[in-house]
Design a protein around this ligand. Structure first.
Ligand SMILES: Cc1cc2nc3c(=O)[nH]c(=O)nc-3n(C[C@H](O)[C@H](O)[C@H](O)COP(=O)(O)OP(=O)(O)OC[C@H]3O[C@@H](n4cnc5c(N)ncnc54)[C@H](O)[C@@H]3O)c2cc1C
Length: 716
């Protein structure tokens, strides 16, 4: 109703304007002939005339009615240059603000919802450089005044910013017109006021801020690069440091587009994921799951086996899996793809030169147009007193340590309740270790909703893990061969004996020893970059765990595309990293997968949402597989078919989430998932059933009532 009223008011003013024939009277001749009468009124009641003029001008400019140029001249004739400029300047800016507010009030929500994804980029640009763009548009009189008001109203620009920038931006034009108005009697044609010369001057004024910006950029470049000497020629187009997921994908893309690329790796090809992370951990988890199923074979109508597990065979299989995957990331494969691979330690010596200490000690230097830092992260080891004598292991060392054992480690303490610690705790418990997991927060997997943490905890406890949340590690102690972790819980100290301590309390970016310090490249917990992954030096990029904010292999590969493309083609076109739809999975049993927002994040960010839930205990395939537990939880915009995020807990959750990732990425809603055929009986049907739950909750009740009448009537 309020919106209709807001629309009716401008319509009424436009009606009066044309109805009273003002459009006919607002001509140069008409104004000139009435000028004497206006001057007489102005002499008798100057305040009243100024106020009436102000209101009239504001309405004309707010509604983009014809005649604004003419009555600007009148201001000069009636009020003189200074007073006239003041009145017109405030009236035109207020009119512009009114049009801006009406556009925002009536249209913005609709436009923002319809073009949500595309407008995000525009809004980000407006947040950063909005006043600058507006100022330029105001200076150049070629862009219609009214269009600017309406378009800016649709963006996220603050009204006050819009007002003051408009006022300053339009001032030069206002002065020119008002000044011309002081000679109104001598003006014969309005077109003469905007001569080509004057238009050119305004355009130059508009370009001026851009020239200033360009100058500033050049100055900044000189300041950053000034102390280094740029080589006249470069040996390579791009040098990539680190052959983990980020470095491999960067160099793959560079070679695919025929760039000359060198990839330098100091350790093992494939980095953490292949050698110490995703691949060995998933191989271990698979063996552990099968061991669990064998032990509980009666669940499937078979005879359980409770024999000792050949742990050395499990670890041999882990190594075998790594060996089988390794050719994908090998020197041979990448050389074949056109990448030159150097095995050695790289150090950036200046913004265009990388020095590599090869395995045999030889040092070689390469000059390059761009450098990509893809040096990854390493496990964080907390500074607990006594930890140095505890023989602790991390994800970097445990694979080698465990490979030496015939039997699973007896008493294991896993420090850390994040994804890596939780996956390892469950897997080792299933393989026969006595596992205690220590987490100082109130719950494990704290990034997920509380109900997910609870489910994960129950799953671990059912597998024999003792989960100690709200327990802070204080120190490690050693008495002869006995090792202990001392923790504190609610002010009390507890002692936990262990044979193996696994530190899984997070991973920190590798930032030292390869030139960041010498070049003054800023770092905090990770290398600092802008949205294009450029470091302080725009030709040096960073991708993967070393830059964050997500430490996943698929994110490292995603960022690698931006680092490669911006590094090779950035002088023509640069791309900002797209972090809008990021999925991840914690590979415990049941798997926990997520994309987009969960409830705790939506609440923290003040985003309204609706929850639709489908329980996997209802899914035919889950029942047949003996794994009927978990759920699909979808968050949508209230009353709209727009997915905000999905959490999936259950068997194959990491695979099932892919359908929602696709839907979110391409703006598909639950209706589209519901109308897509899914094979029966599969786990993927769970996604369609979740969409069906949403649909059921959103059918129109009145339509159902009418349909009932309709069918009654059809039956006669
Ligand atoms: C136990 C565990 C399980 C995981 N599970 C998963 C999972 O299931 N899914 C998932 O998506 N992610 C998982 N991750 C995270 C994943 O492994 C990382 O996100 C990914 O490896 C990051 O890749 P990256 O290229 O950034 O770095 P890395 O893989 O760490 O590669 C960096 C490389 O740079 C090299 N390097 C460093 N400095 C230099 C130098 N100066 N000169 C030359 N070379 C150098 C290093 O030797 C290293 O090989 C897991 C991690 C761990 C530890």
């Amino acid at each position: 109703m309020k919106r209709i009223l807001a629309l009716m008011l401008p319509v009424a003013v436009v009606g009066i304007y044309y109805g009273a024939g003002l459009d006919q009277r607002l001509t140069l001749e008409g104004i000139k002939s009435s000028l004497q009468a206006f001057s007489d009124w102005n002499a008798k009641a100057p305040a009243l005339v100024a106020a009436a003029y102000f209101l009239g001008y504001m309405s004309l400019s707010a509604l983009a009615l014809p005649g604004a140029a003419l009555i600007t001249l009148v201001a000069g004739a009636l009020f003189g240059v200074v007073r006239g400029t003041l009145i017109v300047s405030f009236a035109s800016s207020s009119g512009a603000l009114l049009a801006f507010l009406v556009s925002r009030y009536l249209l913005r929500d609709f436009v923002q919802q319809r073009f949500d994804e595309r407008l995000k980029t525009i809004n980000a640009g407006i947040a950063k450089d909005g006043p600058f763009y507006l100022f330029t548009l105001r200076l150049v009189p070629l862009v219609p005044f009214f269009i600017i008001n309406l378009l800016m109203g649709l963006t996220s620009m603050r009204p006050w910013t819009f007002y003051w920038v408009s006022q300053i931006g339009m001032l030069a034009g206002t002065v020119v017109y008002v000044n011309a108005g002081t000679q109104l009697a001598q003006i014969d044609h309005l077109s003469g006021l905007l001569s080509p010369g004057l238009l050119l001057s305004f355009t130059l004024l508009g370009i001026f801020p851009w020239l200033t910006k360009l100058g500033l950029n050049l100055w900044q470049r000189r300041r950053i690069y000034g102390r280094w000497k740029c080589p006249a020629r470069f040996d390579r187009n791009i040098v990539v440091i680190g052959a983990g997921a980020a470095g491999l994908v960067t160099s793959y893309i560079a070679a695919a587009v025929k760039a000359k690329v060198t990839l330098v790796e100091a350790g093992k090809m494939g980095g953490d994921c292949l050698n110490y992370g995703c691949v060995p951990s998933k191989a271990l988890i698979r063996s552990a799951k099968l061991a669990h199923q064998i032990r509980h074979a009666d669940h499937y109508g078979l005879t359980p086996s409770v024999h000792e597990l050949p742990f050395q065979h499990v670890m041999a299989r882990v190594r075998e899996v790594i060996r089988t995957v390794a050719p994908h990331d090998s020197v041979e494969r990448y050389t074949g793809l056109g990448v030159e691979v150097w095995q050695g330690y790289a150090r950036i010596v200046d913004p265009w030169t990388v020095e590599v200490t090869l395995k045999d000690g030889e040092k070689r230097r390469l000059t390059t147009r761009s450098i990509v830092i893809a040096t990854g992260a390493k496990p964080f080891v907390p500074l607990l007193p006594g930890i140095e004598n505890s023989d602790y292991v991390t994800s970097d060392t445990l694979w080698e340590e465990f490979a030496k054992r015939d039997t699973p480690p007896g008493r294991v303490v896993v420090l850390g309740g994040g994804p890596i610690g939780t996956e390892l705790a469950q897997a080792l418990a299933r393989l026969g270790s006595e596992v205690t997991q220590v987490e100082k927060g109130d719950r494990i997997l704290a990034r997920e909703d509380a109900e997910v943490s609870d489910l994960a905890r129950q799953a671990l406890e059912q597998n024999g893990v003792q989960v100690l949340t709200a327990h802070s590690a204080l120190r490690c102690e050693r008495v002869d061969d006995q090792k202990y972790l001392v923790v504190s819980h609610q002010g009390q100290e507890k002692i936990i004996p262990f044979d193996v301590l696994i530190c899984a309390v997070g991973r920190v970016a590798r930032l030292e020893g390869y030139g960041l310090e010498e070049l003054g490249i800023p770092v905090e917990r990770t290398v600092t970059t802008n949205d294009y992954l450029e470091t302080l030096y725009p030709n040096i990029y960073a991708a993967g765990d070393v830059v964050g904010p997500y430490q996943f292999t698929h994110m490292a590969a995603h960022q690698a595309w931006y680092a490669a493309v911006n590094g090779l083609f950035g002088s023509v076109r640069k791309f900002k990293v797209d972090y809008r739809v990021v999925p991840w999975t914690t590979f415990i049993d049941p798997e926990v997968a997520r994309v987009g927002l969960n409830e705790q994040e939506a609440k923290a960010q003040g985003i309204a949402y609706e929850v639709t839930r489908y329980g996997l205990d209802d899914l035919d395939r889950a029942i047949a597989d003996g794994a009927a537990h978990g759920f699909v939880k979808v968050l949508t915009v209230p009353g709209k078919d727009k997915i905000l995020g999905v959490t999936l807990v259950g068997e194959h959750a990491g695979d099932l989430i892919a359908e929602f990732v696709l839907a979110m990425k391409w703006g598909l809603g639950l209706n589209k998932i519901l109308s897509t055929i899914h094979t029966y009986p599969t786990w993927a049907e769970a996604n369609r059933y979740a969409a069906g739950e949403w649909k059921r909750a959103h059918v129109s009740r009145p339509i159902l009532v009418w349909l009932e009448y309709f069918h009654d009537w059809r039956r006669g």
